[in-house]
Design a protein around this ligand. Structure first.
Ligand code: NI
Length: 182
C-alpha cells in the first residue's frame, strides 16, 4: 500500500478523458494495487472520493467512502464503493446546490448544482456489475468523481463563482448559510 501524489488543478491529467478498464484487467495485480493505493490516499487526505486521474492514472476508476469525515462533518456516511467504468444517469430532474471541495483544489470550497438522484452503473473491484440508485450526498459524490474521469473539475460547474471560498473564510462566513439552498 502506498499514499499517492495527488495532482492539483492545472495539471493536464485532470483534464484528460480517462480510458475504460478492460473487464479482464480488473483482477490484475496492477489494477488491484492501484485501487488499494487510491483507498489509502483518500483516507490519508480525508477525501470523500478519489478518481484515478487525480493520482496521474487516466483510467476509469474511482473510489468513494464517507465514514465520519472531518472535511464533511455533517455528511451522511457512505460505504466504501469502487467504481470502474461508471455510467451515471439522473433519475429525476431535481437539482440541488451544495458545497463541494476537492483534493485537487486544496483548501477551497464552492457551491455546485447537482442532480439529487442518479443511477450508477459500473463494475466493482471484482468485476461484478453494480446497478444502484444513489440520492443526495452519495449522488453528489458520484457525480463529482465521474466528472473527474471525464476531465471535469467541480469548479467548472459552479454557477455563482462568488461562492468560491478559501476554507478558512468559508468556515467563518458561509458555513451553514447555503447548505439547503435552492
Ligand atoms: Ni475531486
Amino acid at each position: 500500500m502506498a499514499i499517492l501524489k495527488v495532482a492539483r488543478l492545472g495539471h493536464p491529467v485532470l483534464r484528460q478523458q480517462a480510458e475504460r478498464v478492460l473487464p479482464a484487467d480488473i483482477q490484475s495485480a496492477q489494477v488491484q494495487q492501484l485501487i488499494d493505493d487510491m483507498i489509502e490516499t483518500m483516507h490519508e487526505y480525508d477525501g470523500a472520493g478519489l478518481a484515478a486521474n487525480q493520482v496521474h492514472v487516466p483510467r476509469q476508476i474511482a473510489v468513494i467512502e464517507v465514514a465520519k469525515n472531518p472535511r464533511y462533518p455533517d455528511a451522511p456516511e457512505i460505504p466504501l464503493t469502487v467504481l470502474i467504468n461508471p455510467m451515471v444517469t439522473p433519475t429525476s430532474e431535481e437539482i440541488e446546490e451544495g458545497w463541494e471541495g476537492c483534493l485537487s483544489v486544496p483548501d477551497m470550497r464552492g457551491v455546485v448544482p447537482r442532480y439529487t438522484a442518479v443511477r450508477l452503473e459500473c463494475l466493482d473491484r471484482q468485476g461484478k456489475p453494480v446497478d444502484l440508485v444513489a440520492k443526495d450526498f452519495f449522488a453528489r459524490v458520484i457525480q463529482h468523481e465521474t466528472d473527474h474521469l471525464n476531465g471535469i473539475v467541480y469548479v467548472d460547474r459552479i454557477r455563482d463563482m462568488r461562492t468560491l471560498s478559501h476554507i478558512a473564510e468559508w468556515q467563518r462566513h458561509w458555513l451553514g448559510v447555503r447548505e439547503q439552498s435552492d
